[in-house]
Design a protein around this ligand. Structure first.
Ligand code: ATP
Ligand code: MG
Length: 663
């Protein structure tokens, strides 16, 4: 069906605010349209203006469906639409796939056998259910050869659904180390589905699968929805998974419905969560009548940043060919490549440079530090804290709030302060079969004995005699007995008679002791090990244990800033930075093996390597005015420091594209 796009009622001059290609996409009558363009070319802007334009042309808001990657993105776009169109955009269906699925299922879930008013299980609820079922089905057999944790079961279950593969296949390919438990896992998964159904609840994945089922199996509902939505618009289409692509196809399947998707194949970075870049590659096959719009102007970045981005991504073979020309005039500087002797010098450089930029009048909110993995941010967190530069972290918990870091730090805390109940409880809770109650009893025993020892040694601030002697006579509850001796021996090893160990050595010992526990307690055990090693690398200069622990405490103090404070610098993983932009961007830890990750290098999997490069491309294309690419030649100072050559992403760049900054 054709729309006659009348001139805007409010006289807005679209042509002045959009380039010709954007304008034709905004005004298109095509039933299927793909806007495929590089980063910063105004794809999101095009979608926003199109929605505004549709409203102005009299399309009822409730007949527009706008799918975005986060709900926040949807809100921001709709606010913008309201400002542009000069009218409320409230009735527009906008949000993530999950939120839209939820709205539709609220209306129709009874058709799938649910009772009205189903509950949504969030991640925590899901894990609780998996824990309960593990207890039920894996029973005692799991105590000896540890059964996968609830969060691992949850990830396995979810990845299978989002990639449309069976969980058995997913188990064998992605979680091979636990395939001996396949039979029990199968029982747990069956029961998981039954329990959810019985409790009239859906998890996040159910929202997608149930919406798809609803559309596939119930013709009347499908027809109704296809008749309702006249315009379906999708941002970041390159990161849709198979379920989402199928849902889009059905929702936009009406005779009169138009579908516009926008994306950049070069920015597909979520394959590990089931996203599949093929959907954008195949869009024109799926919809042979599709009109393709390519925007070839970049509005975000100064030319020098754009050149380096274009050059970097050119190394990938599998992509739509794109040229991006700068709209902005030349900036003052080329991107800087900054080799640092080590990780702490790198962090010091970042902090100092940020300080200078802020002195020069750039607001903290216009500055971001981006990295591939959360733990890469540790040194920068410490330096910013030292320099009193406020920051917020969008990549997850602050480093020292992560459970596995706390597990390790608990030992050091107890070593330095035997009265630390929280640390003690955390340690003994890692023993199999020790729950809250036993931990409480153990604590009583421990505390009385420790107190008596400290009273008898008034000069000591902590227990300096071997723990195996001091606590030898305790009669501990049966559940804790198998591990108690090992625990005391481990404490002994942390303060040998002849010398005082450095914090790094202590972390190392604790990590070894906890190895088995960590491996089974946490998903991505290896990533978490890297975190712990980073702890020793970054803190090995702390003079003694107390200095180390106070650094830790100060860093984890303030995690409550959520509001965007204009002074706050952003620290973010690259994944979380998708679609966003800042005046100044630092990309750190660009060492070969760190980014690209050594495992991807080892596997030599071409697809995975291309995804790493896309991730790099996403990072550098966030920058508007200034871009700094840094890496540490050595990561760490002590015996386990890693030597890092510069990342291949840097070495393959023409030197003319950047300035080399020597510190
Ligand atoms: P990404 O691929 O990173 O998601 P994008 O293609 O969605 O980027 P936008 O975020 O829409 O790009 O736009 C990038 C920047 O360029 C924004 O600040 C936007 O306002 C600006 N911009 C886009 N098009 C124009 C234009 N025609 N005139 C002026 N500014 C523009
Ligand atoms: Mg965008």
């Amino acid at each position: 069906m054709n729309y006659n796009l009348r001139p805007a009622a409010n006289g807005r001059d679209y042509a002045a605010e959009l380039n010709p290609e954007q304008l034709s996409a905004v005004c298109t009558d095509a039933r299927h349209a793909l806007v495929i363009a590089g980063a910063g070319s105004g794809k999101t802007r095009t979608l926003t203006y199109r929605v505004a334009r549709l409203l102005e042309c009299g399309v009822a808001p409730w007949r527009i469906l706008l799918l975005t990657f986060t709900n926040k993105a949807a809100r921001e776009m709709l606010e913008r639409v309201a400002a542009l169109a000069g009218m409320g955009a409230g009735q527009i269906w906008g949000g993530t796939f999950h939120s839209v699925a939820n709205r539709l299922l609220r209306l129709h879930a009874t058709r799938l056998g649910y009772q009205p008013g189903f509950t949504i299980l969030d991640g925590d609820d899901q894990r609780a259910l998996f824990r309960a079922l593990t207890k039920e089905f894996a029973g005692k057999t799991t105590k000896a050869d540890r059964f996968p944790k609830a969060e691992t079961l949850q990830s396995l279950h979810s990845l299978a659904i989002n990639t449309g593969r069976s969980w058995q296949l997913t188990l064998r390919t992605e979680y091979a180390y636990m395939d001996k438990h396949e039979e029990v896992i199968g029982k747990i998964f069956d029961a998981y589905r039954t329990r959810k159904q019985e409790s009239n609840s859906m998890d996040f994945d159910d929202l997608l699968t149930n919406l798809l089922r609803l559309l596939q199996e119930h013709e009347d509902i499908r027809t109704d929805l296809q008749g309702r939505f006249l315009h379906v618009l999708v941002d970041e289409y390159q990161d849709t998974n198979t379920l989402q692509a199928a849902i889009i196809g059905l929702l936009a399947g009406g005779q009169d419905t138009s579908l516009m998707v926008v994306g950049d194949d070069a920015q597909s970075i979520y394959s590990w969560r089931g996203a599949n870049v093929d959907h954008i590659f195949e869009f024109t096959h799926t919809y042979p009548d599709a009109q393709v719009y390519k925007i070839e102007t970049n509005y975000r970045s100064v030319p020098a940043i754009l050149e380096i981005s274009n050059a970097a991504i050119a190394h990938n073979t599998r992509q739509f060919a794109k040229v991006l020309r700068p709209a902005r005039p030349n900036g003052r500087m080329k991107p800087a490549v900054v080799p640092a002797p080590d990780n702490r010098t790198e962090a010091r450089f970042i902090a100092q440079r940020i300080d200078e930029l802020m002195e020069a009048g750039i607001a903290g909110k216009d500055i971001a530090v981006l990295y591939r993995a959360h733990f890469h941010s540790l040194d920068v967190q410490m330096e910013l804290t030292r320099n009193h530069i406020p920051y917020r972290i969008t990549s997850g918990l602050r480093f020292f709030e992560q459970a596995h870091i706390k597990d390790v730090v608990a030992w050091l805390r107890l070593l330095s302060n035997p009265r630390d109940e929280i640390a003690f409880r955390r340690i003994v809770s890692t023993f199999p079969r020790v729950g809250e109650a036993t931990a409480g009893k153990l604590w009583q025993l421990w505390a009385t004995t420790a107190e008596a020892w400290l009273q008898a040694h008034p000069d000591a601030t902590t227990i300096t005699a071997p723990h195996s002697e001091v606590f030898a006579k305790l009669t501990v509850p049966a559940a804790a007995r198998p591990h108690w001796g090992g625990f005391l021996a481990a404490m002994d090893s942390l303060h040998p008679a002849d010398r005082i160990l450095t914090p790094a050595e202590l972390v190392h010992l604790v990590q070894n002791y906890l190895d088995d526990y960590l491996r089974h307690a946490y998903e991505n055990y290896e990533e978490r090990l890297e975190d712990i090693s980073q702890l020793t690398r970054s803190l090995s200069d702390a003079a003694d244990l107390d200095a180390f622990l106070s650094q830790v405490a100060l860093l984890s103090e303030d995690d409550t800033q959520t509001e965007v404070d204009p002074d706050c610098v952003t620290l973010s993983t690259i994944h979380q930075a998708k679609g966003l932009e800042w005046k100044v961007v630092f990309v750190i830890f660009l060492g070969e093996g760190l980014f690209p990750h050594y495992k991807v290098i080892q596997s030599a999997d071409a697809d995975d390597l291309e995804e790493e490069l896309r991730l790099f491309y996403v990072a550098i294309t966030r920058a508007e005015d200034q871009l700094y690419l840094s890496y540490p030649r050595y990561n760490g100072h002590s015996y386990d420091s890693q030597f890092c050559p510069p990342s291949r992403f840097l070495t393959t760049l023409e030197p003319a594209l950047y300035e080399l900054w020597n510190l």
